[in-house]
Design a protein around this ligand. Structure first.
Ligand code: C5P
Length: 314
């Protein structure tokens, strides 16, 4: 029903706090092509948003500030180098408004974990400030601003399961019949640097010791349509996994523990060091999570399901 407030909200934004929830991502297929002249690698990837969330609250303020609690609080810079702050500046510049907001982050996505936590926070800041300021941009417009902030920020605006090309910023949804996939996420101690992982892959490739590149996403896309976790398990792949294992050899033990616990498949997520395991169903995921945690090969395990929507108010 129409309410008199609706139009005002559109024009002036929100006077109360705006809360946005944003998921973590895994790459079901991460095909890394050659290094481009701009320093990025050409990607063929399938992104998948999973039910581990950061929450960003935006309130009216006289300046732009950021505070945080949860995963990695105290380790992350809260100044202009923070991707959420950069996102607020980018949106304000685009929309021609003052970048005034008090942002607060409750983080559950590990830092530098290969789950795109920083990118998720940038996506959340775009969606939250758009609502707070009443700038009323479309999701595609927000994704356009997002692309300048980081290669996987546009995906976190959209969420779901999506194909990523270019350097990962060109996103198109994968249309599949609704299916939930069940995952076990093994969070490592400490993070890995994404640029370092890409450099290590280039080094391994130059030395001829990297695995054969995955190439096309066709196999994975076909597997998603079959809705059978055993079929999907056979098609998961990550070209950055060799690099992550080379930088952090102990991850091989984490992957082995998941296998020993009966996971259908295990891969390093993105540039690592988080490992994700595919389970048959929710109960299987819970059992594997307990077993992998008991093996002492990671900081903690969590269960998650996907796909879930991208950054959303509420
Ligand atoms: O896009 P984003 O800033 O998140 O990327 C971080 C770094 O990861 C880049 O500076 C680059 O070193 C590496 N990268 C890459 N190829 C991509 C995406 C990221 O080499 N497609």
């Amino acid at each position: 029903a129409w309410r008199p407030d609706d139009d005002d909200d559109q024009r002036r934004g929100s006077s109360g706090p705006v809360r946005v929830r944003v998921p973590a991502k895994v790459n079901l297929h991460l095909g890394v092509g050659p290094l481009r002249r701009d320093g990025y690698h050409e990607l063929n990837t399938v992104y998948h948003a999973i039910s581990i969330y950061d929450e960003l609250t935006a309130r009216r303020g006289d300046t732009l500030t950021l505070t945080m609690e949860g995963e990695g609080a105290g380790e992350l810079a809260l100044d202009d180098s923070n991707l959420a702050i950069r996102a607020a500046h980018a949106l304000a510049g685009y929309a021609g408004v003052l970048p005034h907001a008090r942002l607060h982050l409750r983080k559950q996505i590990p830092l530098a974990g290969g789950l795109a936590g920083g990118s998720a926070d940038a996506a959340a800041a775009l969606v939250a400030c758009d609502a707070l300021w009443g700038t009323g941009l479309s999701r595609d417009e927000l994704a356009g601003i997002a692309a300048d902030l980081g290669s996987d920020v546009p995906f976190l605006i959209h969420g779901g399961t999506a194909l990523g090309t270019g350097r990962g910023e060109a996103v198109s949804p994968v249309l599949a019949r609704p299916t939930s996939w069940h995952w076990v996420v093994a969070v490592a101690d400490g993070g890995l640097s994404t640029p370092a992982a890409y450099r290590e892959l280039d080094r391994l490739r130059a030395a001829g010791t990297a695995g054969t590149p995955l190439g096309s996403t066709d196999g994975l896309l076909g597997a998603l349509r079959q809705r059978d976790p055993r079929v999907l398990a056979g098609c998961l792949g990550n070209d950055l996994q060799d690099a992550a294992l080379s930088m952090r050899p102990a991850l091989a033990d984490t992957l082995k523990a998941g296998e020993a616990a009966g996971a259908l498949a295990g891969i390093v997520s993105g540039s690592g060091p988080t490992c994700v395991f595919l389970a048959r169903d929710a109960a299987d995921a819970q059992r594997i999570a307990t077993e992998v945690a008991e093996a002492g090969v990671c900081r903690e395990t969590r269960v998650a399901h996907g796909p879930v929507p991208g950054a959303r108010v509420g």
